[in-house]
Design a protein around this ligand. Structure first.
Ligand code: CUA
Length: 346
């Protein structure tokens, strides 16, 4: 009796845990709120397997409780019940039922496993995008459009995005929970799959494979635009930018110190993110709010923002100077920031 009373005490704890767990959720980064057909198909598989699991648990527990109550030893009863073993009917039931349940689970699982890995790179109606993961940022190339960008993946809605993903260094994992499950990026080989977004929105993306000190900071965004807005974005990315006279000093400094890694044109690729249209992005380094203070912090000492980042430091007192680091004057850093702020999309 005492043991049962103790069990009841856990109910408030379970209630609290349930509240805590159901509190998790953000519309732009939730597997449980799919925003495209791939994510919906995958959620269906999750619901199906969870449903079957729940059914089995309920049936087993009901039978268990029934037997526990029905065949209890009654007061004054002092006999050993009749010992039975081997029932063909029961054995067939508990062999056939799991087989049926496994088939119900296996057929759609196999179907979607192959379907969701279809290669749409040559599909005229799909948009091919090459993803390269770097410690700790993301590079996105659009081979058919002749553009490339970093950190913000821009896609058209209602169109299959045919991904070919790889890594420039260690193993990372590309994950946009709202649009579909994660896919590893492996150095030296490519994985192929596709995702699709229903509506115009911005989704959060994460690196889902422990890849180094700043793994948890390896975030990116996926912006879905309608067809016209997407075409406009492509045109804007390709439009030549003009540097205002008061940012020329910064441009020269950028060319001398940053251009060896950071391209600032439509197609450029490099050891660092392409900064074409950088001033129109919402974040600095994928995690800091886009303002001068963040830029200053990042340029001065990237290691203090993203430990393990490969970008050299340009401030006077970086916590851990890496090769290529070189202290610039405060004014020079300000000039570079001024130049970066001119890199807007038209
Ligand atoms: Cu890249 Cu974790």
């Amino acid at each position: 009796m005492i043991r049962w009373q103790n069990l009841w005490r856990f109910i408030p704890l379970f209630g609290l845990m349930m509240l805590l767990l159901t509190g998790c959720g953000d519309d732009t980064i939730s597997t449980l709120r799919p925003r495209g057909p791939v994510a919906r198909d995958q959620l269906f598989l999750m619901k199906l397997s969870f449903g079957i699991m729940l059914l089995v648990v309920v049936v087993v527990f009901v039978l268990y409780l029934y037997v526990l109550v029905r065949f209890r030893k009654k007061k004054g009863e002092d006999i050993i019940p009749k010992q039975v073993e081997g029932s063909h009917t029961l054995e067939i039931i508990w062999t056939v039922v799991p087989i049926i349940l496994l088939l119900i689970l296996a057929v759609p699982t196999v179907k979607y496993t192959f379907q969701l890995l279809e290669d749409h790179r040559d599909n005229k109606d799909a948009l091919p995008v090459k993803v390269t993961a770097h410690a700790f940022w993301w590079q996105f190339e659009y081979p058919t459009l002749g553009i490339s960008t970093a950190q913000d993946l821009v896609i058209p809605t209602n169109k299959k995005i045919a991904f070919e993903i790889t890594s420039a260094d260690v193993k990372h994992s590309f994950w946009v929970p709202s649009l579909g499950g994660k896919m590893d990026t492996n150095p030296g080989l490519s994985n192929v799959f596709y995702l699709q977004a229903d509506e115009v929105d911005t989704f959060k993306g994460k690196c889902a494979e422990l890849c180094g000190a700043s793994h948890a900071l390896m975030d990116f965004k996926v912006k879905s635009l309608d067809a016209a807005a997407f075409d406009q974005w492509v045109a804007d990315m390709k439009a030549p930018s003009t540097v205002p006279a008061d940012a020329k000093a910064g441009e020269t400094l950028f060319k001398d110190n940053c251009l060896s890694c950071h391209a600032v044109n439509a197609q450029g690729l490099g050891a660092g993110p392409n900064l074409n249209g950088f001033a129109s992005r919402e974040l600095v380094a994928g995690i800091l709010p886009h303002n001068d203070k963040s830029l200053h912090e990042w340029i001065s000492d990237p290691q203090s923002v993203k430990p393990g980042a490969r970008m050299p430091a340009f401030g006077p007192t970086p916590i851990e100077p890496i090769p290529g680091s070189k202290a610039l004057e405060e004014q020079q850093i300000q000039d570079i920031i001024k130049y970066l702020n001119t890199l807007t999309l038209k």
